[in-house]
Design a protein around this ligand. Structure first.
Ligand SMILES: *Cc1c(COP(=O)(O)O)cnc(C)c1O
Length: 431
């Protein structure tokens, strides 16, 4: 059986399902696999189709047992949308991760987490999935758990600070999804959620479950698409690959590094951030200095103190030299992000601002001989106002978004106050 350990005290050990249930280790660390055994038969693994290869990759991470046995049935339902690798020129690719139900890559992790929890549910036991969001997490999590029996989803978001379409994607769902528009910032929402999890009585009563990006199930679900990306490349390009990952909390990048530890041939990774530059500064040789976030047009990456960074460092056992030789960083400012959106449009690719940060980072850092790939993390229509302004052209809404445009927002307003939130959650869960 494969065990998971805390990124701090290795003596905090549990199996995969324990790590999923706890989200955070008792010492405040993040769970990482105790040992990662690379695949010896990589070439034949890459020959397999996406679902059967993903079963093998995930089974290695979750360990033998009932969950691993269930993967062949689960995965075709969880990853039931296209995953295009678009070739922009001979040595430049975009991996499109935004074809899931909420049009951002967070669908991969949220849908896998929901499926894992649904399997593990004890009949009749109630669960409350609580999440704070600045936009994309809320919709991915709400859609993933929508309609599940005995599950109540509670989404906290900063009133007036998410895009109108993002808000509709979670706040118009209704059913078992309850949304609170909090009179405060995203940080306030996150602090409220944390305070609820810290309240043991409330946690027990409601069966509180965290769905944020440090959760092990969300993390591992992002590993298979890195394998798929490499599998689709011509063989002679495989050893020369540089992958740029637009990053905020660094869960996605941590998954790429985990794929590499499993033996995937990726030459280097690139941590692409917006003006929230703590990680690129560290990678360039400075001490690590997390700080308050600054607002940008790639707002899903406006994170000043990335929660998965500790996990990235744990994967390298604290060896910063090894880390810096595999991972470079690039911080892309607003003007360069907009320039990248225009350059990509000229190549025929309409990018959202997050994907554009990835492309700009590649252009800045790619060395001769390297094959470049950036992850396109959201559909451009999700950030329609920005994309239309920068490209000076109309962006059509795909059906998955247009369906929401006319639905009423059902969220309730809430003061930035813990007691008010606890009362409101208790009322919602006893409906
Ligand atoms: C969440 C998000 C990111 C950042 O991903 P991390 O795993 O937190 O680094 C990037 N782009 C989009 C569109 C997102 O929604």
């Amino acid at each position: 059986m494969s065990l998971w350990k805390s990124s701090r005290e290795a003596s905090h050990r549990t199996d995969f399902l324990g790590a999923v249930a706890q989200s955070l280790a008792p010492d405040g660390g993040l769970y990482v696999p105790e040992r990662v055994e690379p695949f010896a038969d990589l070439d034949s693994l890459l020959e397999e189709d996406f679902h059967s290869r993903s079963c093998r990759v995930l089974a290695r991470l979750v360990g033998d047992g009932a969950l691993a046995d269930a993967l062949p049935e689960m995965l075709p339902q969880v990853f039931d949308f296209p995953l295009p690798l678009t070739r922009l020129d001979d040595e430049l690719y975009a991996l499109e991760l935004f074809h899931g139900p909420t049009l951002a890559f967070k669908d991969f992790g949220a849908r896998f987490l929901a499926a894992v929890l649904a399997r593990g549910a004890t009949a009749g036991e109630a669960r409350t999935v609580l999440t704070a969001t600045s936009g994309d997490t809320g919709s991915a999590v709400a859609h993933a758990f929508f309609g599940q029996q005995h599950v109540r989803v509670v989404v906290l978001y900063p009133a007036g600070k998410v895009s109108p379409l993002q808000e509709k994607q979670f706040a118009a769902l209704g059913g078992n999804v309850t949304c609170f528009a909090v009179d405060g910032s995203f940080d306030d929402c996150q602090a409220l959620a944390k305070a609820c999890f810290a309240d043991r009585e409330l946690s027990r009563q409601l069966g509180l479950t965290s769905a944020n990006s440090i959760n092990a199930a969300r993390w591992v679900a992002q590993v298979p698409y890195y394998f798929e990306a490499v599998a689709r490349l011509p063989c002679e390009q495989r050893g020369r690959l540089l992958i740029a990952v637009p990053s905020g909390n660094f869960g996605n990048l941590a998954a790429g590094l985990l794929a590499q530890r499993l033996g995937l041939p990726v030459k280097r990774f690139l941590a692409a951030t917006n003006s929230n530059r703590a990680v690129p500064e560290f990678l360039a040789g400075s001490p690590y200095r997390p700080r308050a976030s600054v607002a940008t047009i790639s707002n899903a990456m406006d994170v000043g103190a990335p929660s998965n960074w500790e996990r990235v460092r744990a994967l390298f056992d604290g060896d910063d030299h090894a880390l810096r030789s595999t991972l470079a960083g690039a911080a892309i400012d607003e003007a360069a992000t907009e320039g990248a959106m225009r350059d990509l449009a000229a190549l025929g690719f309409v990018a959202d601002p997050h994907a554009a940060v990835g492309y700009a980072a590649l252009e800045q850092q790619r060395q001769p001989g390297e094959v470049g790939m950036f992850l396109a993390t959201a559909h451009a229509a999700k950030f329609r106002e920005t994309v239309e302004r920068v490209l000076n052209r109309a962006i059509e809404l795909p059906p998955a978004l247009a369906a929401w445009a006319d639905r009423p927002v059902l969220s309730r307003c809430l003061a930035n106050d813990l007691d008010a939130l606890k009362r409101a959650i208790s009322a919602a869960t006893s409906d």
